[in-house]
Design a protein around this ligand. Structure first.
Ligand code: CU
Length: 365
């Protein structure tokens, strides 16, 4: 409010300058006019997880509003009822009030319990045992990308999680390095991915997330646990499609693509298979079986590269392969002239990079 006085001319009475209030009101109103909030928690997609989190959010929100109304109501009443009046009596001095103190302690405790019960219920509901025909997907966090394995389909992909609409999914989440957190706000709450540890009974401590998406679409997500310099660049997409479309995607993932012989892409395949790329990347149906980096099977069909960082175009692929660290600080992949991920520079010429980009882009089109 000091700023308000200054803005209005530095004098106390100018505080009431209507221009200042107009600016505040208009700019606040405009903030509410954005149209596209791809990562909004308060606009859940249709599905059980989003609905559960949204209802929990509303429970907490309305309790908070009730507390706000009571506190401000009492405050306003006291200010009005006991305001100073000319010639009025000196107010009586009091110190403490046992009844009031017990009242607001017990009242607050009851509200906390009323919020805790649905919270715990929701936590357990979202990590319950999945049904028999749920789709199992292993979600593995890496600095700074996501690996998705479909053990029953024998398919591995990265950064874009394909799910069938209307079928329960059983996500099993863990991390290959530090703690990450899987969060797709429009689908529901976060769940941590922890480095694998063995529990005393010998089993592995793996977090689970069980839910069903009831709406087709692309839902944006983000790692929600600080995990190093490129944490903010660890995005993901969930692509939910009707079951037949999902099955088609699985089929495509299992059908290798071979470039036409003599093409630039064919030359790129040769370069790729002869370079260190294969130590870190796998492509189904080829000898590339590396697991340190994202699986590149059908890479051409992905919308982005670098965990949501760049649009998947041939130019961007070439730029990424040339110098990934320009786009992602600390990236665990070497460029043509920089080391990365413990590997020396790849030393590819720009022609070789172009060819590899053409090869990768040709996969999946
Ligand atoms: Cu992170």
């Amino acid at each position: 409010m000091i700023g308000a006085g200054e803005l209005a001319g530095g004098r106390g009475r100018r505080l009431l300058n209507p221009i200042y209030y107009t600016i505040v009101i208009v700019s606040s109103a405009l903030l509410g006019c954005g149209q596209d909030y791809p990562q909004s928690t308060i606009d859940p997609a249709s599905g059980d997880f989003g609905a559960a989190i949204h209802s929990l959010y509303q429970t907490v929100f309305w309790w908070t509003m009730l507390i706000l109304a009571v506190v401000w109501g009492v405050l306003g009443w006291v200010l009005f009822r006991y305001r100073a009046r000319p010639g009025g009596p000196e107010p009586k001095r009091i110190h403490g009030h046992l009844g009031l103190e017990i009242g607001w302690t017990v009242g607050a405790a009851i509200i906390v319990v009323l919020i805790t019960i649905p919270t715990i219920h929701t936590v357990f509901q979202t990590q319950r045992e999945a049904g028999e025909d749920a789709l199992v997907v292993e979600v593995i966090g890496h600095q700074w990308w996501w690996e998705f394995r479909y053990p029953e389909q024998d398919v591995v992909t990265a950064n874009e999680l394909h799910l069938p609409v209307g079928r329960q999914v059983d996500l099993r989440l863990w991390s290959a390095d530090v703690i990450h957190s899987f969060w797709v706000p429009r689908l529901g709450g976060k769940r941590d991915l922890n480095p694998l540890v063995r529990k005393p009974d010998g089993s592995l401590a793996i977090n689970r997330l069980t839910f069903t998406v009831d709406e087709a679409g692309t839902f944006m997500g983000q790692c929600a646990e600080f995990c190093g310099p490129a944490h903010s660049l660890m995005g993901l997409r969930v692509i939910a499609a009707p079951e037949p479309e999902f099955e088609e995607w699985v089929e495509r993932m299992k059908t290798p693509v071979e470039p036409d012989s003599g093409s630039l892409a064919a030359r790129g395949r040769e370069v790729f298979m002869g370079a260190t790329c294969v130590a870190c990347h796998a492509i189904a149906g080829t000898n590339a079986r590396g697991r340190l980096g994202p699986d590149l099977t059908r890479l051409g069909a992905r919308t982005t590269i670098g965990a949501g960082l760049l649009e998947n175009t041939r130019e961007n692929l070439a730029a990424w392969i040339t110098a990934p660290a320009e786009f992602k600080p600390g990236v665990k992949m070497p460029g043509v002239a920089e080391e990365g991920g413990g590997f020396p520079p790849t030393g590819l010429s720009s022609e070789q990079v172009e060819a590899v980009a053409a090869y990768l882009a040709s996969l999946g089109r």
